[in-house]
Design a protein around this ligand. Structure first.
Ligand SMILES: Cc1cc2nc3c(=O)[nH]c(=O)nc-3n(C[C@H](O)[C@H](O)[C@H](O)COP(=O)(O)OP(=O)(O)OC[C@H]3O[C@@H](n4cnc5c(N)ncnc54)[C@H](O)[C@@H]3O)c2cc1C
Length: 325
């Protein structure tokens, strides 16, 4: 039975965040021949709306007002609730960003609905959407179905692949002038402080040079940073160097860190533990550098280099710089 699916496509500075575009893909699976409608909320979201169409939405509902310039749980949840009441989708998919994780369950509760968290897989069985989420630190994959009239799911970033964009694709953009009554806004945002976790934008990066215990020290991360800079990317890390105090937790990739989906992932001195690999399943191309030829990271790498990263990485950086002229 086909379904109509809402996908909240979060915008930052007018542009769609990757996760919103990624989750259009499982929404198409869940729709099972039905319609996928992107919902964008913000102030100046026209470009994000067009991106949603290019990446696979059939149409977009845009709630564009100065009231949404800064994220606020009450205003965003209210807008989503009003849209669900008006359009009656079967399910609402929201990306697991800090904002998404905050307002999706609030909107679901206001509608008396369920909300499945941390979803990494979506399938349809016997006409029902089945949501897969890792539980017990990833030891078990739990399948859940939701019995509400409209079901909410928060989907993990990096777990699904974006479609190839089709810039020529046409789709209707419906403007919905919803605003939230002042007395319904309980939380007042007085200031927005960009903490380090927001400035490390691993989820959006096309290139990540990640370091593990094999990097050996905080200082050696500078070698990785040079390669990342030369490639226009960012650095990331396994849990081991974070626990050693070499780099901040904002850089952690893996099951208890961030899920990433870069075009290129360079793993330096990383053994390939399942808890780390769980966070890089969305990477297109993996290059691994490890001095142990039996390291399990080589099992998932597209290219493996057996060697000392402290020697290999500077050579790669010099070659990249040479190629770029
Ligand atoms: C509940 C739970 C959640 C977890 N969540 C996460 C998570 O989110 N992310 C995560 O990363 N981990 C996580 N872990 C930890 C995980 O199990 C591993 O311990 C961790 O990923 C190992 O990190 P590593 O590969 O850097 O270190 P190691 O496993 O110690 O590997 C270091 C590698 O570096 C190589 N090496 C050493 N020196 C060099 C050199 N000079 N040049 C080249 N190679 C070299 C070695 O051969 C080795 O393969 C979690 C664990 C648990 C129990």
């Amino acid at each position: 039975m086909s379904k109509n699916i809402f996908v909240y496509v979060e915008a930052a500075e007018g542009k769609a965040k990757n996760v919103g575009l990624e989750i259009l893909t499982p929404a198409r699976v869940a729709a099972d021949g039905g319609e996928v409608t992107a919902v964008v909320i913000g102030n100046g979201v026209e470009e994000a709306a067009k991106q949603a169409i290019a990446f696979g939405a059939d149409k977009v509902i845009a709630v564009d007002d100065a009231q949404y310039a800064t994220y606020n749980t009450d205003t965003y949840a209210n807008a989503l609730v009003e849209l669900v009441k008006k359009y009656n989708p079967n399910a609402v998919f929201v990306g697991a960003t800090p904002d998404g994780k905050d307002f999706a369950p609030v909107a679901a509760a206001k509608l008396g609905s369920g909300c499945v968290a941390n979803v990494t897989g979506v399938a349809v069985e016997d006409g029902k959407i089945v949501y897969t989420s890792p539980v017990y630190a990833g030891a078990i994959l739990n399948d859940a179905v939701c019995e509400s009239d409209v079901e909410f799911a928060v989907l993990r970033s990096g777990a699904f692949k974006k479609a190839e964009p089709d810039e020529a694709k046409a789709g209707e953009i419906i403007a919905e002038p919803i605003t939230c009554a002042a007395d319904a806004i309980r939380a007042k945002v007085v200031d927005v402080v960009k903490e380090i976790s927001e400035t490390v934008n691993l989820e959006e990066a096309d290139v990540i040079v990640a370091g593990g215990r094999g990097v050996g020290s905080a200082e050696n991360f500078a070698i990785l940073k040079e390669l990342a800079d030369a490639l226009g990317g960012v650095i990331g890390a396994t849990r081991a160097p974070i626990e050693a105090g070499w780099i901040s937790r904002a850089y952690q990739i893996g099951q208890s860190g961030k899920s990433v989906a870069p075009k290129l992932y360079i793993a330096c001195g990383i053994s390939g533990a399942t808890q780390h690999v769980a966070g890089i399943t969305g990477a297109d191309y993996i290059v691994a550098i490890n001095k142990d030829e039996d390291a399990s990271i080589f099992d998932i790498a597209n290219v493996g280099i057996v060697g000392n990263l402290l020697e290999v990485v500077p050579v790669l950086t010099a070659e990249v710089k040479k190629l770029k002229g």
